[in-house]
Design a protein around this ligand. Structure first.
Ligand code: SAM
Length: 265
């Protein structure tokens, strides 16, 4: 007989095999199937039928329970619960289909492969840019890359504040990249923005690599940095640590603000 330990490790295996968004998709599919089965059984055995909102609520509960069983993060369980009931309410409002399509296309262009990379778009703020600037040497020309440059705010700021530095950003999501490239032209910034995945860039070309990604992305970034970054170069991460790797420097603006971590190679 399968032990509890085995079932738990099988569940965690499912979590590791699929990115959370793909797992979430399958959970909703399974919950839909289970909802259908429960409705059929309820009708055949007890002649019970549910109203539209009841059916959606049933799917909400089932999907949230499945997400809990698969130990998804708490906010994923909340999303699972809200998803079917939100569909129900949206259908009541007769929103025209083009609104859904536009919203989908906008979020796709903004977040692109977040479902795979687990790195959503959210920009860093000027307070962070100022702290990063302090870490860039003034006395010699350096090359800087922001991996996942978003709207390019940090890169354009550094290009302005450190005119002898070559500042570049690479961004995988089309909309933030397009905005950053246009802003660089409008502001006549020397910053350069490339569209693509930073995994395809050779990090040995840079003296400073900056990252503001997510906890899920840090081990992969570290593996690449160790392989490619040259001696004397630095990796800077805002907010997210690399598990098990002690940084050379850890800077915090205020006790409640996120840290900046610096590793030197
Ligand atoms: C948290 S935002 C940070 C944006 C910017 N660095 C800043 O400080 O404002 C992370 C960005 O990284 C991008 N991203 C995630 N994975 C990436 C990858 N593998 N290659 C390039 N960009 C990536 C995301 O699309 C997102 O725009």
């Amino acid at each position: 007989m399968q032990s509890k330990q085995d079932s738990v490790s099988e569940l965690s295996g499912a979590r590791k095999r699929f990115p959370p968004a793909i797992l979430a998709f399958f959970i909703q599919l399974v919950a839909l199937g289970l909802t259908w089965v429960i409705l059929q059984v309820g009708y055949m055995l007890f002649a019970v039928t549910l109203a539209g909102w009841g059916i959606c609520l049933l799917q909400s509960v089932i999907s949230a329970l499945l997400a809990t069983g698969l130990r998804m993060a708490v906010w994923w369980r909340i999303i699972h619960f809200l998803f079917p009931v939100t569909i129900f309410f949206m259908l009541q409002w007769n929103v025209p289909p083009w609104v859904y399509l536009s919203a989908f296309l906008f979020t796709l262009a903004l977040f692109w492969s977040t479902f795979k990379t687990q790195v959503p778009f959210y920009p860093s703020l000027p307070t962070t840019w100022r702290q990063v600037k302090q870490l860039i040497p003034e006395d010699k020309p350096v090359s800087i890359l922001d991996v996942g440059s978003g709207l390019g705010g940090l890169v354009m700021y550094l290009a302005r504040e450190r005119p002898n530095a070559a500042c570049a950003g690479i961004e995988v999501a089309p909309l933030p990249w397009l905005i950053s490239a246009l802003l660089a032209v409008i502001k006549k910034s020397s910053a350069r923005f490339k569209y693509g995945n930073y995994q395809a860039v050779n990090l040995s070309e840079y003296d400073v690599v900056f990252a503001y990604l997510s906890p899920a992305a840090m081990p992969e970034l570290w593996q690449k940095a160790v392989k490619e970054m040259r001696s004397g170069s630095v990796l800077i991460s805002y907010e997210f640590e690399i598990p098990g790797i002690t940084p050379k420097l850890q800077i915090q603006d205020r006790p409640d603000s996120p840290c900046i971590f610096v590793w030197e190679f």
